[in-house]
Design a protein around this ligand. Structure first.
Ligand code: DGJ
Length: 728
């Protein structure tokens, strides 16, 4: 004890040089320059009350890092940004070949500086340098204090005479030491996005990545949860939730080594993407965004939601538009009359906007199906003789906003655009063109193509009043990809395409800063914080069957806030309109049904649900989310949102496919104030129907609701209960 006290005091007086503390309210990441000049991660976890403890930790770790007793310099286990080519035995964050052919890099700590950007955000930059070759690396760490989120990225720069080849260029490398590591990944495909799969990591390397080039998140969402020591729990245990803000190929690799240490490298997928870095130019990686929670995945999600609202998603603190979309009702088959009728339907329903989907453009090759017209962004005269301006005007007269679908990165071979610019598409020389949904990807590496895509949006915005909203789709991945523009630098394609897309979106955001846009990619093929800087929301999946949808929304809810996840009520599935609407209401609500097909009581129900949603949406969008019962654990799902001052909460309870007489137990609520009194009322009830929640209208203390709980689940297959909980 005395010894320990002495050690603490000693560390306090000799504040270690080169020790870097990156801290949020509850988390600390500690880096330390070793005597050998290399930089190590000595800690990532719960912030200590007393800083001096970190000095002890780094000493402790220095001992255990020595992998070869005979050689104290070989001390590479927890390097903050490990290099390839000298004595690293594991995954490297960076691998380069110098222009003299030397394939090695050493990065020594040079200096670091920390700047307080505002009262919540601090940025630390650590400068590393090779002692022999003029290569520099800057590690950036942005710490968001209140949200407990760290954003990490890297800059690589050199002053050699000729270009340096970059083979690996991770955004970050993190290290963990635990008994067990449980990884949750979010795997999927079209109509089954973001399915949660948890597995225990075994020795060796597990990789989650994408090689699709564009629409990159179709099979794997670029997110993961890592739980230390035991399976991930909603309310307890140590969890890292991480995601990459990059919309091209990504890669997370989890390497469990011979000492049971885990290293996670995150970044652009270097697969087929070696990068020629010119002297004096900086290669900047995308950001790896993560949070550490010592109270399970619920808190990790709330941290990320809070961060996304303020920093991660375009206009995260502004309201969203409820809408009626025509895709599932009409597909390509509509005309002016059908659309203007649907403006009135939107008004009847009470939503803010009508969203015109695919099929409105193309004249030489009218878009009567998915084989024609992509690229020709002029309204089809035979379908819409008065053009888009007329539709904007009519929607305005009806009192609804008007939004429109585009897919500006793509082209059908049957289009005027393709006929005019056959060299603007990605296609291999000497091989046949490779189609998917009868379309090709435009070459966004080419600045002329970037101009064209920008102009597509700009022209629509310059027509009459412009539109109030875009749905930006992307229905294929890259295959047989080759850019005529890039000539002999084809390995830059995946990166330069994504950068080209960001350039276009930057221009759009600058010229139209208040324009909301939905990100869509043939369902949820694009769900990343790289694009969400430019988009207010994303389309989670084309699968809108509410039973399936609960799982999809549950998956995305781990990383993305409710206001960003678009859910529409459609004719998928034969469940009641109430169940469909209640499921869609847990995120951003929209409709894609023929209002005229609804029975009178169904329409009335929908109108009331829209009105309830508008009354309560700030709680759903900006409140804290608590997942109470997971559909992965039971045949029901229960979650709730609570506003910041804990005066209002909304609870959604969905019953899925239980066995006969499931005897559901009471559900303990979370996030309320134990000392407050709350009235609990069932809302979203079908007209004339009896309320399903027997205690509707009763009042309880927060203490009771959180410790005893309520029986909020009906036992009937595919039914739902929505509760409004109000402080009295
Ligand atoms: C795929 C999207 O996911 C759908 O919502 C719809 O917009 C179609 N594309 C239109 O082609």
């Amino acid at each position: 004890m005395l010894l320990l006290l002495f050690a603490i005091l000693f560390c306090k007086v000799s504040a270690q040089e080169g020790q870097i503390q990156i801290e949020t309210q509850n988390t600390a990441l500690i880096l330390k320059a070793g005597k050998n000049g290399l930089l190590y991660q000595s800690y990532l976890g719960t912030k200590l009350k007393d800083n001096s403890g970190y000095n002890l930790l780094s000493k402790e770790n220095t001992k255990s890092f020595v992998i070869n007793d005979g050689n104290p310099l070989v001390n590479l286990r927890h390097q903050a940004y490990p290099t390839f080519g000298t004595d690293n035995l594991f995954e490297s964050a960076i691998r380069v070949t110098h222009n003299d052919g030397n394939p090695s890099l050493e990065l020594f700590y040079i200096s670091h500086q920390t700047e307080k950007i505002d009262s919540n955000v601090t940025e630390t930059i650590v400068n590393l340098k090779d002692p022999v070759y003029p290569v520099e690396v800057k590690l950036h760490y942005k710490a968001f204090y209140n949200e407990n989120v760290i954003e990490q990225w890297t800059e690589i720069l050199h002053h050699e005479k000729k270009p340096v080849m970059l083979y690996d260029y991770a955004s970050s490398m993190l290290h963990f030491d635990a008994d067990q590591y449980w990884l949750t990944q979010y795997h999927g495909d079209w109509a089954k996005e973001a399915r949660m799969q948890e597995s225990k990591l075994t020795s060796g390397t597990k990789v989650i990545d994408s090689k699709l080039g564009v629409r990159t998140d179709m099979y794997q969402t670029p997110v993961f949860l890592l739980s230390l020591n035991s399976k991930a729990d909603e309310n307890s245990g140590e969890i890292i939730a991480g995601t990459l803000a990059w919309s091209g190929n990504f890669k997370f690799s989890f390497e469990l080594d011979n000492k049971n240490s885990l290293r996670i490298s995150s970044g652009i997928n270097p697969y087929a993407s070696e990068y020629t870095l010119q002297p004096g130019k900086t290669f900047t990686t995308p950001s790896f965004i993560y949070t550490f929670s010592n109270k399970g995945k619920g808190l990790a999600s709330r941290n990320l939601h809070a961060w996304a609202r303020k920093y991660g998603i375009k206009d995260g603190e502004k309201p969203r538009l409820t809408l009626l979309n025509n895709w599932e009702t009409t597909f390509f088959n509509f005309d002016e009359k059908k659309l203007t009728d649907m403006f009135s339907d939107s008004k009847t329903l009470g939503v803010d906007m009508f969203l015109l989907d695919d099929g409105w453009f193309g004249n030489k090759y009218p878009r009567s199906g998915d084989k024609y017209g992509l690229g020709d962004w002029q309204a089809t005269r035979t379908k819409l003789p008065n053009g888009l301006g007329f539709l904007m005007q009519e929607a305005g007269k009806t009192g609804v906003k008007f939004g429109i679908w585009i897919e500006p990165e793509m082209v059908n071979p049957k289009s005027e655009l393709y006929e005019k610019h056959p060299d603007w598409v990605l296609k291999l020389p000497n091989r046949p063109e490779s189609y998917y949904r009868t379309q090709l990807v435009l070459d966004l590496c080419n600045p002329q193509v970037q101009d064209f895509v920008f102009k597509t949006v700009d022209d629509i915005m310059q027509t009459n009043t412009g539109v109030a909203f875009f749905k930006w789709d992307c229905n294929r991945m890259m295959t047989s990809a080759y850019s005529t523009y890039l000539k002999n630098q084809q390995s830059h394609l995946f990166i330069e395409y994504t950068n080209g897309l960001y350039k276009v979106l930057d221009r759009i955001k600058t010229k139209y800063p208040n324009l909301p846009m939905m990100l869509c990619a043939g369902g949820g093929g694009r769900t990343d914080y790289g694009l969400l800087k430019y988009f207010t929301e994303f389309w989670a999946s084309d699968n809108t069957d509410p039973f399936n949808r609960i799982f999809i929304q549950w998956g995305y809810s781990q990383f993305f806030p409710a206001f960003s996840i678009c859910n529409h009520v459609t004719s998928w599935g034969n469940q009641s309109i109430k169940f469909k609407t209640d499921v869609a209401m847990m995120g951003k609500l929209g409709f894609d049904i023929n209002i005229k097909d609804l029975k009178a009581d169904e329409l009335k129900y929908c109108q009331e649900a829209v009105a309830n949603y508008k009354r309560l949406n700030t709680v759903i969008w900006h409140g804290d989310m608590y997942r109470l019962i997971s559909p992965y654990d039971e045949s029901r799902a229960v979650l709730m949102y609570v506003n910041e001052i804990k005066s209002k909460a909304i609870l959604f309870s969905y019953t899925l496919h239980p066995l006969y007489d499931p005897q559901y137990t009471a559900v303990r609520l979370q996030g309320l104030d134990p000392d407050k009194m709350y009235k609990v009322e069932e809302i979203n009830v079908m007209p004339e129907a009896k309320k399903s929640f027997e205690q509707s209208g009763d009042s309880f203390t927060g203490d009771y609701l959180m410790n005893v709980g309520l029986r909020v689940s009906s036992s009937k297959v595919e039914t739902s209960i929505v509760l409004e909980i109000t402080e009295i």
